[in-house]
Write a protein that binds this ligand. Structure first.
Ligand code: MG
Length: 159
C-alpha cells in the first residue's frame, strides 16, 4: 500500500501601502502588498508549512529563519522549491494541494488559474492537482478591514 501523509498550514501577513503583492508566485496589480522579511507570499508560506507538517519536519521558520539575510526579500517560490527538494530526497511527492486565501481586495478570481499553474510548475505536478480558492470575510475582522491576508493550505503527500 502507498504511504500517504496529510498536512495543513496556516499563515497571515499584514498589508501595507506601496509594497508589491505576491500570491502563489504571481504578482498582483495592487497599490498595497504584504509586510514580510521575504517577498511576503503568504499563500506559498502556508503551502510550505502544510508540506513540512505532513512529514513532521517542523515549519517554514525553522528551515528559512527570518533572521537570516539569505532570505531577505526572497522569491517564495525558491522556498517552495527547497521544500520540494527536501521531501523528494525521501521519495515523497505532493499528491494534491488545496489552498484557501482570505483577502478583501484585490479580487483574485481573474488570476486564480495563473496561481494554480505557478504552484504546479514549482511542485512539478499537474495543475488539476492544485486548487486555489479565494474568499473575502464579508468585511469582518482584520481581513475584512483590509489589514491583512489569511491563508490555509492542505496537502496530501505520497510515496
Ligand atoms: Mg509568512
Amino acid at each position: 500500500m502507498n504511504d500517504i501523509r496529510i498536512g495543513q498550514g496556516y499563515d497571515v501577513h499584514a498589508i501595507a501601502d506601496g509594497l508589491p503583492m505576491f500570491l502563489c508566485g504571481v504578482q498582483l496589480d495592487s497599490p498595497f502588498g504584504f509586510v514580510a522579511h521575504s517577498d511576503g507570499d503568504v499563500a506559498i508560506h502556508a503551502l510550505c508549512d502544510a508540506i513540512l507538517g505532513a512529514l513532521a519536519l517542523g515549519d517554514i521558520g525553522k528551515h528559512f529563519p527570518d533572521s537570516s539575510d539569505e532570505f531577505k526579500g526572497i522569491d517564495s517560490r525558491v522556498l517552495l522549491f527547497r521544500v520540494m527538494e527536501l521531501i523528494g530526497k525521501d521519495g515523497w511527492r505532493v499528491n494534491n494541494a488545496d489552498i484557501t486565501i482570505a483577502l478583501e481586495r484585490p479580487k483574485l478570481r481573474p488570476r486564480i488559474d495563473e496561481m494554480r499553474q505557478s504552484l504546479a510548475d514549482v511542485m512539478e505536478i499537474d495543475t488539476s492537482r492544485v486548487s486555489v480558492k479565494a474568499t473575502t470575510t464579508e468585511k469582518l475582522g482584520f481581513v475584512g478591514r483590509g489589514e491583512g491576508c489569511e491563508v490555509w493550505a492542505v496537502v496530501t503527500l505520497v510515496r
